[in-house]
Design a protein around this ligand. Structure first.
Ligand SMILES: Cc1cc2nc3c(=O)[nH]c(=O)nc-3n(C[C@H](O)[C@H](O)[C@H](O)COP(=O)(O)OP(=O)(O)OC[C@H]3O[C@@H](n4cnc5c(N)ncnc54)[C@H](O)[C@@H]3O)c2cc1C
Ligand code: SF4
Ligand code: SF4
Length: 417
């Protein structure tokens, strides 16, 4: 008698629709375009995914790290997944199905340890996927969609001039007696109330912390966010951002549902005399405020390295936290403002200022205690990288080697959205 033929089994890569916050990071990361989405779900095409795992570490929620053993002929299609409200349970395989030797798996190595699944900043291949060596240990995913935490709004005010188009709010959330440990550079998720067009609860949106680890007010169990009210989409058409408008309209003593914290790589170094180069636009200033405030609170300890900030906005009046920022001592932080629409001034972008300050940037780049953080609009990545490359090349350094070192040592981080 002939032995039964090995049945093809697929270790199918799936995304948990209940946890996914639709941040698009995985779709941007996947090198073979196996991930797609509609207005409902992010899904993985079983005919394209090769199990390379590139999308797993950057996913901020861990929702991408789900796998089901299925007969290849029964694989869940893209259409199936787009309609899901939750992941299906694992089904028993028919007798004779062999997930081992003869089986086809979507995973290159099904037993390879997945890189720490949950929670990282949005991934940019240009940046590091590891934190600086001395970063403190971050706590992640302590509160989830199924068990969010309730925070109370203790402050909400606008930090851009009232007559400008850019309505950016500083929002302070208090956690009462419940633990919510965070580090500068991490983010949290907010669950806006209500449902989307399909009647499903709105998915969570991510917001970077604007306060340091010991709280917006030192010693208090609170944190702050910097939220821009979205009134138009990326193409400039009128739009009403669900979560940003909800947050900007919150009043004192309102409560919000919070998940997280997220992020295990976009973290600041924790060793004495580490230097920070911070490059940001708009609400990308949130993590830079958190890191700067961490340094400011220990200004008298002698532990601080140098801080250099490149901050881009259209005008001074649209620059969040402009007033408090300009009050910081110049020997504490080297502030460089790039304004692109200031009346009577030439347009300047952060990359222009990086080139103008090439000598100082080069000096910092050559110090292994320097970490670089870039946060803000997605479009800024290329310009910033080009400027850093030019600065490095001016001093005869090979940028491709230096770039690789910065990434490997967790010293160059991007968080753009
Ligand atoms: C890691 C991470 C950190 C983030 N940190 C911050 C932060 O500190 N502060 C902050 O304000 N936002 C931050 N965001 C963006 C935030 O998560 C939301 O995407 C943003 O507030 C819009 O959500 P919404 O519900 O208001 O808009 P939605 O209802 O989701 O979208 C409405 C429309 O606006 C478009 N849109 C979405 N976001 C923007 C945008 N930022 N600008 C213009 N159009 C947009 C959408 O494409 C859609 O057409 C971060 C995102 C990530 C991934
Ligand atoms: S495992 Fe690799 S191929 Fe599959 S979806 Fe993730 S990045 Fe794409
Ligand atoms: S939360 Fe994870 S699975 Fe969902 S879109 Fe973001 S990266 Fe992809």
């Amino acid at each position: 008698m002939n032995a039964p033929l090995p049945v093809q089994v697929l270790k199918q890569h799936l995304i948990d629709p209940e946890i996914c916050i639709r941040c698009n990071t995985c779709e941007e990361t996947c090198p073979v375009d196996a991930i797609t989405h509609d207005s409902n779900n992010y899904v993985v095409d079983p005919d394209i995914c090769n199990g390379c795992m590139a999308c797993v570490p950057p996913c901020p929620t861990g929702s991408i790290d789900n796998w089901r053993l299925v007969l290849r002929t029964d694989a869940y299609s893209v259409q199936d997944q787009l309609g899901w409200e939750e992941l299906p349970l694992e089904k028993a395989l028919p007798e004779g199905a062999d997930a081992g030797a003869g089986a086809q798996s979507a995973l290159a190595d099904p037993d390879a340890p997945a890189p720490s699944s949950a929670m990282a900043a949005p991934f940019s291949p240009a940046g590091a996927s590891v934190p600086p060596w001395s970063a403190a240990h971050p706590y992640v995913n302590l509160y989830t969609h199924k068990a969010p935490m309730t925070a109370t709004v203790v402050g909400n005010y606008r930090v851009t001039d009232a007559d400008t188009e850019s309505d950016i709010h500083h929002i302070v959330l208090d956690f009462g007696d419940l633990p919510f440990p965070v580090l500068e550079g991490q983010s949290i998720g907010i669950l806006p109330p209500g449902t989307d067009a399909q009647g499903r609860p709105h998915h969570a949106r991510q917001y970077s912390l604007a306060s340091p680890r010991d709280g917006e007010r030192a010693g208090y169990n609170n944190l702050s966010l910097t939220v821009k009210r979205v009134t138009e989409d990326h193409g400039g058409a009128a739009a009403h951002g669900v979560c940003s408008n909800y947050l900007c309209d919150l009043a004192k003593n309102d409560t919000v549902q919070v998940i997280g914290p997220f992020g295990h790589t976009f973290l600041m170094p924790n060793h004495p005399r580490a230097n920070l180069i911070m490059i940001c636009t708009g609400t990308g200033s949130a993590p830079m405020r958190a890191m700067t405030e961490r340094y400011r609170r220990r200004i008298d300890t002698g532990e601080n390295g140098r801080l250099m900030l490149f901050f881009g906005a259209r005008t001074e009046r649209e620059l969040p936290y402009f007033g408090p920022l300009m009050k910081l001592p110049r020997d504490f932080i080297d502030i460089n403002l790039a304004l692109s629409r200031e009346a009577g001034q030439p347009k300047r972008y952060v990359q222009d200022l990086i080139r103008e300050r090439a000598a100082q940037v080069r000096d910092l780049l050559s110090d292994r205690n320097t970490c670089i953080y870039v946060c803000g609009l997605k479009g800024m990545e290329v310009g910033v990288l080009d400027a850093l490359r030019d600065v490095a090349m001016q001093s005869g350094q090979d940028w491709s080697i230096l770039h690789d070192v910065l990434r490997r040592e967790g010293r160059l981080h991007f968080e753009t959205y």
